[in-house]
Design a protein around this ligand. Sequence first.
Ligand code: FES
Length: 572
Amino acid sequence: MSDSSRHNHGLARGLTNYGDAKFSLYLRRSFASSMGYSRELLDRPIVGICYAGGGFNNCHRLVPELIDAVKRGVLSAGALPIEFPTISLGEVFLVPTSLKFRNLMSMDVEEMIRAQPMDAVVLIGGCDKTVPAQLMGAASADLPAIQLVTGPMSTSRHQGERLGACTDCRRFWARYRAGELSEPEIEAVEQRLASTAGTCAVMGTASTMASISEALGMMPAGAAAIPAVDAERLRIAEETGRVAVTLIGSERPPSRIINQKSLENAIRVLLAIGGSTNAVIHLAAIAGRLGLEFDFNRLNDLSETTPVLVDLKPTGLHYMEDLGAAGGIPAVMRELGGLMHLDCETITGETVGDRVESWGKWVDRTVIRGIKDPIQITGGLVMLFGNLAPGGAVIKRSAADPRLFEREGRCIVFTSLDDLAARIDDPDLDVTADDFLVLQNAGPKSAAAMPEAGYLPIPKKLASSGVKDMVRISDARMSGTAFGTVVLHVTPDAASGGPLALVQTGDRIRLSVRERRLDLLLEEGELERRRSLSANQPTSSSTRGYSWLYDNFVTQANEGCDFAFLQKNGRM
Ligand code: FES
């Protein structure tokens, strides 16, 4: 660090205003000294360590160890590390949904990066919404930032069978619902599904967002898939701290690393890994923070030319720890080769091409397939359009039954999650395996705040007779760990008066994955008649606080469910 950088950085940044800058710095140093720092350390540039810890987030249990490791890296490279917490979003502990609070966390991240004196920042997150919230906040603050994830859980065993959260959670629960598992056995499984620290062990949203962050160039090579409990996770944390110091005074803020080309790299990787549908929402939100275009038609084009290469649950057989051992995301990017923008710069200063070139050549072909021998020749996700979803809908075709892709079906409509819970297992429910289950009022504008409820359970009377999959359609999301022929994110959502709100039991819907269509088979006149009857339904019941903000400003899924006023080119 040069002398001048010492004087313009660190504690001297962004002084609290008392009308006397020297006094402000003197006071700040004095208070910082009370924490026992030497003057030599207080003169150094500062790397903030933004972490989302807390007892309500099991996925972040080892964050304290990661902070220590990052600090080692920062100190060894000559800067002063100072950690600070933000809110944390533990996926299964939040009501109504973690997504509702993602924007709140992103605001926390953005404002605390901006308000506190730091020259670069390390973002430590992992659980589903925390990484997107950190990337969104850091993108808006646009201070040099580098991502560190907590890493995936390791798997365990139940009666010799390998288990990992949370595709297996759903698989065992479906067997329990079908009467194949006893009460004691499902309790035993409950204890073994999530048996280490870290994020869900399959290609769920957390693993997808970690992979995407690496593909964007926002973390060191290979960092996404290292298990949470592996010593290598601590070494990559230390390296992350060292890299953060190199960012100080550099021209490598998030707005330079995340651009239209690196966004396409992230989409390519998302498709090749069979990643979570939730990533479509989060990528749209991250893009919106930087004024980048996130075009669903472009995603469909990329999906046609990007094979699924990674054999992980829920699309395939393996777990995230296997992806790390098989070669990790750099090996996936090497397979994608010319499909990637290899000239994109990453946070370490290398290009994507440099990373791919210098990464070890060994790869485990049982987990990462070659581009000439893919699991599927086209990408995992497809966007659908039609009169039922003018703003788009998504289906994860890599985790669905292709026999259900070209279908017309009778709708069985559930008007809310409560209605679903009350009737789905009713023995008198008039439903067959050929019907389409439709859920309304579970989108971003609903009181439910877009829960991961799009994976509607198979009605018990069908499940017990062996039905494993049906076409399911909703404005909800689905956990990245789930599988099935499930159409999600129907936009606009029912609560904001979208066509989904007009569907009634007995109507027919046509799904064509090949044609990218989702259509309600009704005459426009009938649609108009129903629309006139359903107009002016109230959508917001909140009168104060964050819920009021959310209800009034959340955008639809195709805009990332962000708040318009947080987007770079957002409108109020
Ligand atoms: Fe945190 Fe799945 S619950 S990643």
